[in-house]
Design a protein around this ligand. Structure first.
Ligand SMILES: [Zn+2]
Length: 214
């Protein structure tokens, strides 16, 4: 039995509901009874569909959060390009070796694709013109006794509350994981007055630590 396909706004036809990449596949979500929405099918690229299949969780919204987290982990190095470099620095860098020259040509493009895929918000779930009951995405994250709707909300909060560099903080969290959020905050505080080059150096070192640890 095929599942009903979600209504698709014209401007995003043939795009993945999870990440916004062009796609020609569908992901069938068989909703558990407590999902708060019926079973349905959404357009998906192969990568997101495969990730979604592994972690259906309790609703399509939760499933999407898991897909985004998985994409973020998979593309952490691409995402870090935007923290390691500015577009101009990258264009002007004088790479002599061939490997780095090809990195220079593709890096910013890879960074922008990864960023756009993580940030793509999808579109509201509507079946035959009827909006589905909004079940809140369960992306809650709690730290230091505060429950946040998501780790992004927590970064926003601490960024504002402690006047931290939010993109630096989110870069650290993306690399070391939200389980070590407290350490990420301490590190960001430590570099409260550091310049951009120092922060990029910190990110580079964290990435190196990650790759030697794994
Ligand atoms: Zn996708």
């Amino acid at each position: 039995m095929s599942l009903p396909l979600v209504d698709i706004p014209f401007e995003v036809r043939h795009h993945c509901w999870f990440c916004g990449e062009p796609c020609n596949l569908q992901f069938d979500y068989h909703a558990p009874t407590h999902a708060g929405h019926p079973s349905l099918s959404v357009p998906a690229c192969k990568e997101c569909r495969d990730l979604a299949k592994i972690q259906p969780l309790t609703s399509l919204y939760e499933c999407r959060t898991a897909v985004k987290d998985a994409l973020m982990r998979r593309y952490v190095k691409h995402l870090a390009i935007g923290l390691n470099w500015t577009k101009e620095e990258l264009e002007q860098a004088d790479f002599t070796c061939k490997t780095l020259q090809s990195f220079q040509r593709s890096a910013w493009f890879m960074y922008e694709i990864a960023k756009d895929r993580i940030n793509f918000a999808g579109w509201p779930l509507v079946l035959d013109g009827v909006p589905l009951a909004q079940t809140l995405p369960d992306t809650r994250f709690s730290f230091d006794g505060i429950n946040f709707s998501s780790v992004f909300a927590a970064i926003e909060h601490y960024g504002k509350a402690m006047a931290l560099d939010k993109s630096f903080l989110s870069g650290i969290v993306a690399i070391i994981g939200k389980q070590r959020f407290g350490y990420a905050i301490r590190l960001a505080r430590l570099h409260l007055v550091s310049d951009a080059a120092t922060k990029r150096q910190v990110i580079r070192e964290l990435l190196q630590d990650q790759s030697t640890a794994s």
